[in-house]
Ligand binder design. Structure first.
Ligand SMILES: Cc1cc2nc3c(=O)[nH]c(=O)nc-3n(C[C@H](O)[C@H](O)[C@H](O)COP(=O)(O)O)c2cc1C
Length: 135
């Protein structure tokens, strides 16, 4: 089991973001389900934050597609590591939109490369709260 967290900047135009994100989720949910990947996607109005988990090869293959996707940019991988268990076992991709979450995403990004893991753990906790009744 492998887990990866990244943050990016949304490049969809504001008036198209709703429909654009719906299209992303439709493709993403199907592909994640087909390859045994689960996770969560948060949109703050400016940035995306996503956690992907599954077999390492499957997670990295999807991440390679995501990294090439012109609908976002400035991708920063905040964390990738072997994981003992899934956090989102019931969710191919749980989605949430929260402008209030922007500060948590920015703090996780600002802490990237520093020893303090608290802002990253806080972001992961926020992503987990998108999934009702955990898992
Ligand atoms: C913010 C964002 C999150 C995405 N999340 C996923 C995902 O979880 N799973 C997935 O298969 N594709 C996801 N995609 C779509 C991929 O970038 C890609 O379009 C899709 O996997 C099809 O792959 P391909 O273009 O290599 O054929 C996401 C795209 C964006 C912009």
């Amino acid at each position: 089991m492998y887990s990866l967290v990244y943050v990016s900047k949304c490049l969809l135009t504001p008036d198209y973001a709703g429909a654009g994100i719906e299209a992303i989720i439709e493709v993403a949910t199907a592909r994640n389900a087909a390859t045994g990947v689960t996770g969560a996607l948060l949109y703050t109005g400016a940035r995306f934050a996503q956690l992907l988990e599954g077999e390492k090869d499957a997670v990295l293959a999807i991440m390679a597609s995501i990294a090439r996707d012109p609908r976002h940019g400035d991708i920063v991988i905040l964390d990738q590591r072997a994981a003992s268990a899934r956090r989102f076992s019931h969710w191919s991709l749980v989605y949430g939109h929260s402008t209030f979450a922007a500060g948590i995403v920015e703090r996780a990004l600002a802490a990237h490369g520093h020893a303090d893991e608290y802002p990253l753990r806080n972001l992961i906790r926020l992503l987990q709260e998108l999934a009702p009744s955990a898992g």
